[in-house]
Design a binder for this molecule. Structure first.
Ligand code: SF4
Length: 379
C-alpha cells in the first residue's frame, strides 16, 4: 500500500475531529520504519544554562528569571565545571540553552557581559563554546533563541549544530492574553527567517513545535507544513521536536490544561506524516510518564538525555535513567543508539566547519553514531 501524500485538511481532522486515528498511527510507523529503520537515538548531554535572564515573558516559562530572583549568567568557571563533569561521565553534547537577548532588557546583563569583555550574550556563548571545544571532548549545540546571520556564522566553527524551536507559526499567539504577548523573539516570521538563514549557512538545525499553548489543530498542522516547506528547499532541518506543554506552578499558565498523551501522540504521528520518512522526529521522554507510546506514533529519537544535569526548562521532570530508556525502547523492538548533537547524515565537510570535522569523524562509528561510551553506570 502506498503512502497518502500530506493532506492539510485530513491532518487537521485527525487532530480536531473524532476521526479514528488508527490509520494515521499505522502510516506514521511505516514511514518511520521506511526512512529511519528500527534505530532510536538519543544524545548523551550536559545541559549548560548560560543565562537564565531573558528579555521575553512567555507565560508558561519558569526557565527565565529576573535579576535577584535567580536570573544570572554562568561564569566561565561554572561552564567548564559542568562541561568537564559531562565529559568525564561520557557525554558528547554540551547543550547551551539560555534566554533571549537579556542585555536588551536588564542592566545587570550588560554589566556581566562587560565584565567578561562582551557586548552581547551570543558573543559570550561563542566564547564559552570555544572554551568547551578547547578544554573537553564535548560538542557544543547552541540553543540561544533568535540569532542574526552574523551571529550564527560566528557560532558555526565551534557548534556542530544549533537549534531554535519554531513553537508555532501563528502570530495569534502574540495577541494580548496569549502566551507570547510582548515577546518580540516569539514572532513566528522572525523565527522562520532565523531557520531559513541557518539553512543558507549550511548549519544542521534542530527546531520543533510546542503543543498545548492555546493553538488550534490547524495552527499545529500549518506549523509542521511550514517546516516541511523550508526543509524541501534547504535540507538543513536535521530534526523536529514535538514537545508537549507542561503546566508549571508559579506561571500564568499553571492552571492551563496539558495535552493528553493519547491526543498528543496524534500530533507526533501527524508530524511524521507531514515531514516524511527521512526526518528525525523527537518527543522528549521526560514529559510523559509512558513515553514509549510515541514509538507507536513514528518517532525515532529521544533527544538529549543527561546522566548528570537536570532539564532546566522542565526542572520538575527528571530524565529517565538511561538503563530504563533502553529497556523500554528495546521492549518495543528498537535498538537504542547514542548520537552526537549532529545527526549522521550531516557529518561531512559541507555541513560541519573545517575546525570540527576531524574531531567529529573521530567521535563516530562508520554509521555516524556516537562512539561512546558504555562506561559503568552511565550508558
Ligand atoms: S520560553 Fe524562552 S524566550 Fe520565553 S521567557 Fe522563557 S527563556 Fe525567554
Amino acid at each position: 500500500m502506498g503512502h497518502p501524500p500530506p493532506d492539510r485538511d485530513l491532518a487537521v481532522a485527525y487532530l480536531d475531529g473524532d476521526r479514528d486515528p488508527a490509520p494515521l498511527f499505522e502510516h506514521a510507523r511505516r514511514l518511520r520504519d521506511e526512512g529511519r529503520g528500527r534505530i532510536v537515538t538519543f544524545s548523551p548531554k550536559v545541559f549548560i544554562p548560560i543565562t537564565t535572564l531573558c528579555r521575553d515573558t512567555c507565560t508558561y516559562c519558569t526557565f527565565a528569571k529576573p535579576p535577584g530572583g535567580g536570573g544570572e549568567y554562568l561564569t566561565p568557571d561554572d561552564v567548564m565545571a559542568v562541561a568537564r563533569a559531562g565529559d568525564a561521565a561520557g557525554c558528547r553534547e554540551a547543550l547551551l540553552t539560555l534566554g533571549d537577548r537579556p542585555e536588551d532588557r536588564w542592566p545587570q546583563a550588560r554589566d556581566f557581559l562587560a565584565s567578561q569583555g562582551h557586548d552581547t550574550t551570543i558573543g559570550y556563548v561563542a566564547a564559552m563554546s570555544e572554551l568547551i571545544v578547547d578544554g573537553t571532548g564535548l560538542f557544543p549545540h547552541a540553543n540561544p533563541g533568535c540569532m542574526t546571520e552574523a551571529e550564527m556564522a560566528a557560532l558555526r566553527p565551534t557548534n556542530v549544530s544549533m537549534g531554535m524551536m519554531l513553537e508555532n507559526i501563528s502570530p495569534r499567539l502574540m495577541e494580548p492574553g496569549m502566551p507570547h504577548h510582548n515577546c518580540p523573539d516569539k514572532d513566528p516570521a522572525l523565527r522562520m527567517a532565523v531557520i531559513e538563514a541557518a539553512g543558507a549557512l549550511r548549519i544542521p538545525f534542530t527546531t520543533g513545535i510546542l503543543v498545548g499553548i492555546g493553538e488550534t489543530g490547524a495552527e499545529i498542522v500549518d506549523s509542521l507544513l511550514a517546516l516541511a516547506e523550508v526543509q524541501s528547499r534547504l535540507g538543513h532541518i536535521q530534526e523536529v521536536i514535538v514537545q508537549n506543554f507542561r503546566a508549571k506552578a508559579d506561571t500564568r499558565m499553571r492552571r492551563s490544561a496539558e495535552p493528553i498523551p493519547a491526543w498528543f501522540a496524534r500530533v507526533a504521528a501527524a508530524a511524521r506524516w507531514l515531514l516524511g520518512p527521512e526526518m528525525n522526529l523527537q518527543v522528549p521522554p521526560n514529559l510523559t510518564e509512558r513515553y514509549e507510546i510515541y514509538l507507536d506514533a513514528g518517532v525515532n529519537d529521544w533527544g538529549g538525555v543527561s546522566p548528570l544535569t537536570i532539564d532546566w526548562v522542565n526542572p520538575e521532570a527528571p530524565w529517565p535513567h538511561l538503563a530504563e530508556l533502553r529497556r523500554r525502547t528495546e521492549a518495543r523492538g528498537f535498538e537504542l543508539v547514542p548520537r552526537l548533537p549532529v545527526y549522521p547524515e550531516y557529518i561531512d565537510g559541507d555541513w560541519i566547519d573545517s575546525r570540527l570535522i576531524d574531531r567529529v569523524g573521530g567521535a563516530v562509528d562508520d554509521q555516524g553514531y556516537a562512539l561512546t561510551l558504555h562506561r559503568e553506570g552511565v550508558l
